[in-house]
Design a protein around this ligand. Structure first.
Ligand code: GAL
Length: 685
């Protein structure tokens, strides 16, 4: 294979690269997809020609169209107006811009809501949500299902063979911002779901522990959705309601997907996920239902380490995609409009963000949105074409990014290989964050991010795994906050360590089963034997309280009264409520190692236990990479591609040999990346 700087050509070729991508990848564009949500219905038609010309100038080769256009394609029930969409798709196709065609079902039109007012979602508190926004539908509503089915059928019939359409985009971010609905229809659907899960009422009473507070059910009809009540509602009921909600939304997706598959065979179907941020959906399940995974990611702009959070979300996206390439369906060129303070991206930041997603497996870089809107709730959201037009820095960076992505075409279809894994589970997240846990300071993502952040700083690439998933590929698996651990997950972790694997487990893991019932005996019931210890009592700390450990670690939020039962103490508590007791432990289990951290340690302090764990399995974090420099490798059959992103304020040099794709310069042993810059080095294998 030959490397060289690709000339600045548009990746708008109509033919796909044979065998370069998985079967379900859209047949076009051939290279890395580039573009965004395009809402031409918000603009007079004269603007469209300018849009398309500028898209060509920027190297845009894929746009998502029609996502919120229900009222424009069906202005009244049963009357369809596709002529504008016909003209638009023809225009895009003539410009060799491929289309990801949305089903418009995330924004039911006003005629529909007016006719079916009870379709609007009801909150836990019983508030019926108003109209005038979007996503105002109850996931269990038969009227909504019928209307969504009709409009999807019409779209599929009309555009199944349109040459511009390469991908279907069903709905939009199911579960966000509203996932759960507590209306009477939802409550009835919940009961049906429960009947299917438990079959008989005794099994449900047992699973939910309904002898507590006299909650026993004598008939299915007595069961309600877990609305806000006088006090805390049965946690197992709430956990099942979370599962039900994810499934109810999934049924909506499946209904549309099946129509599209039947009427438009051969065109892959996706729906945009919001991984790591949307709590409502169990994306491990959802990912098996899409032809290709796509994700939306927005920086938590005020965070100084928001690029680490970005990396985590990208790794999670690749992981639910089972390692296959995925589409970054949305991110922003600069500020969003919906955070408390919408911090603008500074020069070069958009490029770093976009290429960080590519580094971690994205073969598409798309934005919300193409042209900044003048009206409506999102008018202060950045876009590829800002209000200020083509004379702006953002526009220039958008054009430059198009050139970069064109040069990165060889990365398309290549895979990222990870060094370690972190266990991630939506059910554990749901369960951990229900009410009346030992401390309000326990949150699911916090521990995941703490460990992920330290692995990132150690320059290790992370895959996320389902707790019952295959762990065999990883020398080390980190298990943060796995409060809910099923017997199958516990057996999986045990077998993995027994066979020579290594785990680092954080406090408050292995506590309850799938019904939120505490495992019998001392904590952590599911992982006691694996960790070789018992936790006699949780010792949550007061706000601001800190504990010191014998190895210099400082913890907050949490301590435990740990009794060793086979494990040895690596560090003990020097002060605080567990003074003198074990704090960090190590247990040889079969051929492997199990480490346990019983307090909330931060950043550098986690480095100690992780370094021990690395050493135990001979894992060497890469040396010679400066702090705040991100290095990720994608590998193809003939070459590997090292993406180096410099988050520092000064230049950084990294050892690598090959050809740099963005500058076209050879790298005979190392590459120097300017402050805030990115380099991608192709090396023959
Ligand atoms: C996403 C959504 C888009 C747009 C964007 C603004 O969550 O899918 O339609 O609203 O947020 O950041």
């Amino acid at each position: 294979m030959r490397f060289g700087h690709s000339p600045a050509t548009l990746d708008t070729t109509l033919d796909a690269v044979p065998g370069a991508a998985p079967a379900q990848w859209p047949r076009r564009p051939a290279g890395i997809a580039y573009g965004g949500d395009y809402n031409p219905e918000q603009w007079p038609e004269e603007v469209w020609a300018e849009d398309v010309a500028l898209m060509r100038e920027a190297g845009v080769n894929l746009v998502s169209v029609g996502i919120f256009a229900w009222a424009m394609v069906e202005p009244e029930e049963g009357r369809y107006t596709f002529d504008w969409l016909d003209r638009l798709l023809d225009l895009l196709h003539a410009a060799e811009i491929a289309v990801d065609l949305g089903t418009p079902t995330a924004a039911p039109p006003s005629w529909f809501l007016h006719r079916h007012p009870h379709v609007r979602p009801v909150t836990r508190d019983g508030q019926v949500l108003g109209s005038g926004g979007r996503q105002s539908f109850c996931p269990s509503s038969p009227e909504y299902a019928a209307a969504a089915e009709r409009v999807t059928t019409q779209l599929a019939r009309r555009y199944a063979t349109h040459p511009a359409v390469v991908l279907w985009h069903v709905n939009n971010e199911y579960g966000a911002p509203v996932g759960e609905c507590y209306c009477a229809v939802s409550a009835a659907a919940f009961r049906d779901w429960l009947r299917a899960r438990y079959r008989d009422l005794d099994a449900l009473n047992e699973a939910w522990g309904t002898t507590f507070w006299s909650q026993r059910y004598g008939d299915w009809s007595e069961i309600d959705a877990p609305r806000t009540a006088a006090t805390v509602v049965n946690p197992a009921q709430r956990l099942d309601f979370a599962r039900f909600t994810s499934d109810a939304l999934l049924d909506n997706y499946r209904r549309e997907r099946d129509i599209l598959h039947r009427l438009a065979p051969g065109i892959p179907v996706t729906t945009n996920f919001q991984l790591a941020n949307c709590k409502a959906l169990d994306y491990w399940r959802w990912a098996t239902e899409v032809d290709v995974v796509s994700n939306d990611h927005y920086l938590q702009a005020e965070r100084a380490d928001n690029h680490v959070e970005l990396a985590m979300c990208a790794d999670l996206t690749r992981s639910v995609a089972a390692g296959r390439p995925w589409l970054l369906m949305e991110h922003s060129t600069s500020a969003v409009n919906w955070q408390a303070r919408n911090i603008a991206k500074r020069p070069g930041e958009m490029r770093r963000n976009s290429l960080a997603h590519v580094a971690r497996g994205a073969d598409a870089v798309l934005f919300f949105q193409w042209r900044a809107g003048r009206r409506g709730a999102e008018k202060f959201h950045s876009a590829m074409l800002p209000h200020g037009g083509t004379g702006t820095r953002i526009w220039r960076e958008v054009v430059d990014l198009g050139l970069d992505l064109s040069a990165l075409r060889p990365l398309r279809g290549t895979r990222v290989s990870a060094d370690v894994a972190i266990v991630w589970d939506w059910a554990a997240w749901w369960a951990l964050e229900l009410e009346w846990r030992p401390s309000v300071d326990l949150t699911y993502r916090e521990r995941i991010e703490a460990y992920y952040g330290q692995l990132w700083r150690d320059h290790l690439t992370v895959d996320f795994v389902h707790p019952e998933g295959d762990l065999g590929a990883y020398p080390l698996v980190v298990v943060p906050s796995l409060y809910l651990t099923t017997p199958a997950a516990a057996a999986n972790l045990r077998a993995y360590v027994d066979g020579g694997g290594s785990v680092v487990v954080s406090y408050f893991s292995g506590i309850v089963d799938a019904d939120d019932a505490v495992y019998p005996g001392a904590y952590p019931g599911a992982l006691r034997d694996l960790l070789g210890l018992e936790v006699e009592e949780f010792l949550p700390l007061r706000e601001g309280e800190r504990v010191r450990l014998s190895d210099g670690t400082v913890g907050d939020v949490w301590a435990e009264d740990v009794r060793l039962a086979g494990a040895t103490a690596v560090a003990t508590y020097v002060d605080g409520p567990a003074a003198g007791g074990p704090a960090i432990t190590h247990h040889r289990f079969g051929a492997g190692h199990a480490w346990y951290v019983s307090t909330r340690a931060h950043g550098e302090d986690l480095r100690g236990v992780l370094r021990n764990a690395y050493a135990g399995v001979g894992l060497m974090p890469p040396a010679g990479i400066p702090d705040d420099v991100e290095v990720v490798r994608r590998t193809g059959p003939d070459a590997s591609y090292t993406v180096i992103i410099n988050h520092r304020a000064d230049a950084a040099t990294v050892a690598v040999t090959g050809m740099e794709l963005l500058t076209g310069e050879p790298c005979p042993g190392s590459v120097t990346v300017p402050a805030g810059g990115v380099r991608v080095v192709a090396s023959s294998r």
